[in-house]
Design a protein around this ligand. Structure first.
Ligand code: FAD
Ligand code: NAP
Length: 536
């Protein structure tokens, strides 16, 4: 029986975060019929969901923003070096209003499945509202850090007090005043919210499984001069970011950490510490992410800082990371994190010594003790990079399931397309620089590339494009080779899929650098979409 469609579109976009919003604007501008879908009730993606206290970006706001419209970047005013979640969400809303995007977004709607019809060369997309959409292309703008993860702790469902996930924090906020609060996790989200929660709660207990490297953000209001300096040459700033390694302007190291004296190194690290940007310290020398001895020098520097700041020596030592090189788990920028442990009502529980056994109706029980709480905050991360993609039931050519095809780890060509899944694009997908970059730069690059590609097909009278298995295999092999030259595989990180039980452990992003990656993508287009099969 022929399928009844509720809509026919050129492009279905899944997600209405920054990637989804820019896709609508760009594709609509080229004359395509496009609709985005999001489970959220409004735009913003990450910045819609992650409303925990202290949430803010850790790439300079002036660069963590869109560059595609010179008038937009000139007229928008950021108030702080690193903007808060409410301010970034206001910016997302401003984008939606300025470009009138909402008429083309369906909120409160989950995309549940997408099935490729080989005969018609089109996708059938079904939503949680019962819509069945016929689309030529599907673009997954589902986010890399958008599938929240609760820990696998026995009894978690029995807790009778209040509990929240940082990744889905309530819009109305949470009142911590006078409450006994537990935070589980010490990644970026926890490190941002712990100092804020400590300000009002009665008692705060932080459950730490792996200590992380964190650097002071040195956040501050933006001065007029600083803003004007960027705005007077925004095009230049953006170009430098696009050509850089991490998608941000900053120092470009040309020297090994081991070539200079210890005094010189310490001086440089102190400069980075004072500057409050991850790239200032990690980019201080060119071998910090490739040479363990070089990396140890910066690790020692941070551990000394922790011992200097945290007064109780046992707590200080427990906060010192030893089991992974700096940068191989996502490092954090904080505002007063280590100092928070000097407050009398704040306590660290070191799970490496005594792990959590269970959560009961009233408490968290470790192998050493049982502590009662009014509120538990789970800051336990995401099924990163692949979670939101494989959560959609996707079947490509010959009915092959994407989840099944990726059971040993994702395989993509450029993090943009997957062999066997024609006309299906991923924004900042696995094996692209993605989470190792200023995401705004990577999102814009991918959206531009995808829109140009779709337009190329139309202009050439072509109907489909897909990655060839050979090009995909070569790209995956290349991404693995590059990762193997770094220290990243040494850590049990979400970059490696290690935080999700049963997830294959492969390095998920591409660490070849944003600038180099962009060049490769452009060269492939210039060579007639080399490695892709195009057909009519
Ligand atoms: P998202 O913002 O994640 O949006 C994806 C949207 O897709 C979500 O709204 C989700 O609901 C929707 N979706 C997913 N699956 C479906 C489905 N099946 N059906 C319907 N809708 C679906 N990056 C930086 O570069 N710098 C930073 O400082 C920085 N800070 C961050 C702070 C936090 C707390 C987090 C979690 C991430 C941070 N990131 C940062 C990464 C951040 O995710 C990106 O910068 C960027 O916001 C991603 O935008 P996006 O549109 O690609 O995805
Ligand atoms: P995360 O980095 O994955 O941290 C999760 C934390 O929870 C880790 O400390 C982890 O410990 C712990 N954990 C998980 N399961 C546990 C369990 N069963 N028992 C005890 N502890 C457990 O997640 P996140 O903090 O949400 O950050 C995710 C990413 O989002 C970041 O890396 C960053 O890219 C982005 N982000 C950025 C900012 C910013 O500053 N702009 C802020 C927030 C998030 P282990 O390490 O031992 O697994």
């Amino acid at each position: 029986m022929p399928q009844k469609f509720t809509a026919e579109l050129d492009v279905v976009v899944v997600g209405a975060g920054f990637a989804g919003m820019y896709l609508i604007h760009k594709l609509r501008g080229l004359g395509y019929s496009v609709r985005a879908f999001d489970t959220a009730s409004d735009v913003g993606g990450t910045w819609y969901w992650n409303r925990y206290p202290g949430a803010r970006c850790d790439v300079r706001s002036l660069e963590y923003s869109f560059s595609f419209d010179p008038e937009l970047e000139q007229s928008w005013e950021w108030s702080e070096k690193f903007s808060t979640q409410p301010e970034i969400l206001r910016y997302a809303n401003h984008i939606a209003d300025r470009y009138n995007l909402r008429p083309d977004i369906q909120f409160n709607t989950r995309i549940e499945s997408q099935i490729w019809d080989d005969e018609r060369a089109r996708w059938t997309v079904t939503t949680s509202n019962g819509d069945v959409i016929d689309a030529q292309h599907v673009v997954l703008a589902v986010g890399t850090l958008s599938a929240p993860k609760l820990p696998e702790i026995p009894g978690i469902e029995t807790f009778k007090g209040e509990w929240y996930q940082t990744q889905k924090f309530p819009k109305e906020g949470v009142n911590f005043f006078g409450k006994r609060v537990a935070v589980i996790g010490t990644g970026s989200s926890a490190i941002q919210c712990i100092p804020e929660i400590a300000k009002t709660c009665e008692q705060l207990t932080v459950f730490q499984r792996t200590p992380n490297f964190s650097f002071p953000a040195g956040n501050r209001p933006l001065g007029r001069q600083e803003v004007d300096a960027t705005k007077s040459d925004y095009a230049g700033v953006r170009q430098e970011a696009r050509e850089s390694f991490f998608g941000q302007t900053g120092p470009v190291a040309t020297q090994s950490a081991l070539e200079v004296s210890e005094e010189e190194r310490t001086r440089k690290y102190q400069e980075g510490w004072n500057d409050g940007q991850l790239i200032s310290i990690l980019g201080a020398y060119d071998d910090l992410i490739t040479n363990k001895e070089a990396n140890d020098s910066v690790a020692d520097f941070v551990r000394d800082k922790i011992r200097e700041i945290v007064k109780d020596p046992v707590t200080a030592e427990a906060l010192c990371p030893y089991n992974h090189p700096v940068g191989t788990k996502r490092p954090c920028l904080d505002t007063g994190y280590y100092n928070t442990f000097n407050m009398p009502h704040v306590r660290l529980v070191d799970l490496l010594k005594n792990e959590i056994v269970e959560i009961t109706e009233t408490s968290i029980r470790t192998t050493a003790e049982e502590i009662e709480f009014d509120i538990i905050i789970y800051a336990t991360g995401f099924d990163a990079m692949t979670g939101s993609i494989v959560n959609i039931d996707t079947h490509g050519r010959d009915g092959v399931s994407l989840k099944e095809q990726w059971k040993d780890g994702p395989a993509t060509y450029l993090g943009l397309m997957v062999a066997g899944f024609p006309n299906l694009f991923t924004v900042t997908g696995p094996q692209s620089p993605s989470v190792l970059s200023n995401m705004m730069v990577s999102i814009e690059q991918h959206v531009d590339w995808i829109a140009d590609c779709i337009d190329h097909l139309r202009k050439q009278g072509l109907r489909t494009i897909e990655a060839t298995p050979q090009a995909q295999n070569e790209w995956v092999a290349h991404t693995n080779e590059v990762a193997a030259e770094t220290l990243y595989p040494l850590a049990n990180s979400w970059y490696m899929g290690a935080n999700v039980p049963g997830k294959p452990q492969v390095f998920l992003p591409y660490i070849g650098g944003v600038g180099l990656y962009r060049e490769k993508c452009d060269e492939i287009v210039e060579a007639g979409y080399k490695g892709f099969a195009l057909s009519n």
